[in-house]
Write a protein that binds this ligand. Structure first.
Ligand SMILES: Nc1ncnc2c1ncn2[C@@H]1O[C@H](COP(=O)(O)OP(=O)(O)OP(=O)(O)O)[C@@H](O)[C@H]1O
Ligand SMILES: [Mg+2]
Length: 478
């Protein structure tokens, strides 16, 4: 991500979602209603730096900018106190020179059909905002050959594949040998079932060829039309015009895992019925495509991280095929939001907002640290009501065994003890510690001597208790 050169302090304004701002004029989208606000980027900008908000520009085709997930996420994003969201109008993107495009500090821009990516790249060069999704990488994402090359370079598992380029300038890249149950692409053999994908990632006419043992023919996938995503064809021979990737068919449980990243540390995943099965799209009573919950493994989370970073796309969708105990990436789509998930909308806006604040707050002189929010408290619904989810236990543990104290206290009055006290310099500090065997022997000798005298003369002047002297003797003898 590169940083913007924007500067200035910002104020604590109400959440703002702007649409259609150009030069000194802005229009604010308020619950679907546009009304004019002014002075956002007026001529007095220099004098009024204290009013400056961080502007996040949304530059994409209208179909994407006004989609349900985008609207949901932008509404949440502009709740950040210092963030204003500005949606670039499609008309401006398509018809105005980039010099006339609205200014922004952070740019969320992505290619889709009809989007002038070259212009967006020029705009980014001109204004140098912070990028959420890198624009140059979006050229690669449109070409399956480049996507696979990058995946391979990053050491990410993908199906074994070969490229058949039908380029008249490079005939050496077009060696196809076809027989009933396999193809040989530039020397590499693919047995049926195999998959044939147009090199353009925008072309969704992916074909899967069945072996004769399964009745032959092929399954032709296409962009969903109503309740269909593919259709069976009796055609068993591969396409002879256009350039394709051929790859081995990975046998899954019949579902595709769709992964959606928001930065390298966040990924949502869900499974859908593979269009390669019978082509009938599974829909619920509301007509929404049925999705199955998925928990990503640690390995898959690492793959998500790698994909997000390798393609420099903070918001990035890709497909995983779980087969033979491994997960293979078969498609990277770039910018893509999860649909119909409030949790994702919340999380996504939060991650993006925090990212923008973390990157830009310093130059805007906004003191910023990622806040601990109420939502972070792990309260989960369960069958027996909501409760706190135990996330971890941290313990510092020691054993309970303790060595019993080996101490004895004894009052002494006999001069022999005082002589010993003096002999070892006890009067200098008022206390004395005797540790050496010789010294302890001397204490033992005194104890023995006093005990002997006590035995001989019961009425002698020894004031120490006999029992104490015996204890002292026993301990020292031990
Ligand atoms: N190697 C493979 N093995 C098995 N199935 C595959 C393989 N490659 C693709 N598929 C199936 O074909 C479907 C379409 O393939 P892929 O995702 O590459 O094409 P796409 O048209 O770019 O898809 P999208 O609509 O996600 O952009 C996948 O969702 C998957 O079900
Ligand atoms: Mg796909």
């Amino acid at each position: 991500m590169s940083k913007s050169s924007g500067q200035g302090m910002c104020n604590r304004g109400p959440p703002r979602l702007l649409i259609g701002r150009e030069g000194g004029e802005s229009r604010e989208l308020d619950e679907g209603d546009m009304r004019s606000i002014s002075g956002h980027y007026g001529e007095d900008e220099e004098e009024d730096q204290s009013k400056r908000q961080i502007v996040v520009g949304i530059c994409s085709m209208m179909k994407k900018s006004t989609s349900k997930p985008m609207t949901e996420i932008l509404e949440r994003l502009c709740k950040f106190e210092y963030i204003t969201v500005d949606v670039f109008p499609e008309e401006v993107i398509l018809n105005e020179p980039v010099e006339k495009w609205p200014l922004c500090d952070c740019l969320i821009s992505f290619h889709s059909k009809g989007f002038p990516l070259d212009k967006a790249v020029n705009y980014a060069k001109l204004r140098n905002p912070l990028h959420i999704n890198d624009l140059n990488m979006q050229y690669f994402i449109q070409d399956r050959r480049e996507v696979y090359r990058i995946l391979q370079e990053e050491g990410i598992d993908l199906p074994r594949y070969a490229v058949l380029n039908r380029d008249p300038d490079r005939p050496e890249e077009c060696n196809l040998v076809e027989s009933e149950d396999h193809v040989e692409v530039n020397g590499e053999v693919f047995h049926k079932p195999f998959v044939e994908k147009p090199v353009s990632a925008e072309d969704h006419n992916v074909y899967i060829y069945y072996p004769t043992s399964a009745g032959g023919g092929s399954q032709r996938l296409f962009r969903k039309i109503g309740s269909r995503s593919s259709v069976y064809s009796p055609e068993s021979t591969v396409r002879k015009t256009g350039s394709y990737i051929y790859e081995e068919f990975m046998a899954t449980d019949g579902t595709d895992v769709k992964v959606y990243t928001v930065g390298p540390d966040y990924a949502h995943a869900e499974a859908r019925k593979s269009p390669a099965l019978d082509g009938k799209v599974e829909r619920d009573s509301e007509g929404k495509e049925i999705r199955y919950p998925v928990m990503l493994t640690a390995m898959e989370k690492l793959v998500a991280r790698k994909v997000c970073l390798a393609f420099k796309q903070t918001v990035c969708g890709f497909d995983l095929l779980r087969a033979n105990g491994h997960s293979f990436v078969c498609d990277v789509n770039g910018f893509s939001f999860v649909k119909n998930s409030m949790k994702y909308y919340d999380d996504c806006a939060k991650v993006l907002g925090n990212m923008v604040m973390r990157e830009l707050a310093p130059q805007f002189h906004i003191p910023w640290s990622i806040p601990m929010e109420a939502e972070d408290i792990p309260i989960v619904p369960t069958t027996s009501g909501t409760m706190m989810e135990l996330r971890c236990v941290i313990a510092v543990i020691r054993h309970g065994d303790r060595t019993p104290k080996q101490k004895m206290k004894m009052e002494v009055r006999n001069a022999l003890f005082f002589d010993l006290f003096e002999k070892y310099g006890g009067y200098k500090t008022g206390k004395l510690k005797l540790k050496k065997p010789k010294q302890l022997q001397e204490v033992l000798d005194i104890a023995r001597q006093l005990l002997a005298e006590l035995v001989l003369h019961n009425d002698c002047e020894i004031e120490e208790k006999k029992s104490k002297l015996e204890q002292l003797k026993t301990v020292l003898e031990m």
